[in-house]
Design a protein around this ligand. Sequence first.
Ligand code: GLN
Length: 289
Amino acid sequence: MSELHKATKHHDSKSMTITIGVLALQGAFLEHLNLLKRAAGQLKSQGFEDTFEFTEVRNVQQLERCDGLIIPGGESTTMSLVAAQSGLLEPLREFVKVDRKPTWGTCAGLILLSESANSTKRGGQDLIGGLDVRVNRNHFGRQVESFQAGLDLPFLKSKDSPSSEPFPGIFIRAPVVERILPNVEGVQEEEQAKAQTVVAPSKSAKDDQARGAMSSHVDIMGVLPGRLKKAAAMGAEVNADEKAGDIIAVKQGNVFGTSFHPELTPDIRIHVWWLKQVSDAIITSTATR
Ligand code: GLN
């Protein structure tokens, strides 16, 4: 029995039903739903008491039913355009930044959850925000430069599963986190002043409330090493320690983002981990309410 499982029992003898939405405007939402169902099946077979329900999210009513949300990979410009047309952008911002409900974005989803994104035409895309980071879109180049890399993700290791099998990271026109932004006033304006950079709005009173609600610490959850070494081998002067690399997974409070696409693999480990995170977050929020 996991620690979490015990915590659930302790908190409330009845188990919870948790509704997870997957934003289904564009991109790989069906793949996420498949993996979520498999992940929930595994948790159930391990004796996890909560029940998970999954739903596609295309409108505000569907979003309102959700306790947690996944924003899939795809094309972030298209997704934000459709979200704006469907009147979903503001409700999504509220879901993530004011209500602080657990949200995970993969690839294009990570871009939308960032407070700042470069390599973007001005006015070319609206961000939801929630992660105090700047991403660089299409960091590794074009579609043909897509690749797969075995990732060492420390958060997947635990006493129960010390397995260090690398996670199959699929990178397709993937962004990386190129800067963790300080959670201070004025940083948005600084970011906005950069060419080809868009930022999530932070001017309204509601957004001030949102900034106050956001956890201030960004955790680096995964890096892709090796590129610096490669650059050094090719003669570049590189001055960084062994562990340095491109940041490809971050978490800030309840907001989680990955550059790569777990939904395009058969590996359910991150989905299992994230479902437990959602359950944990609900326990914490009801305990402090
Ligand atoms: N490059 C895409 C974008 O900017 C993301 C690619 C992906 O999700 N695979 O939205």
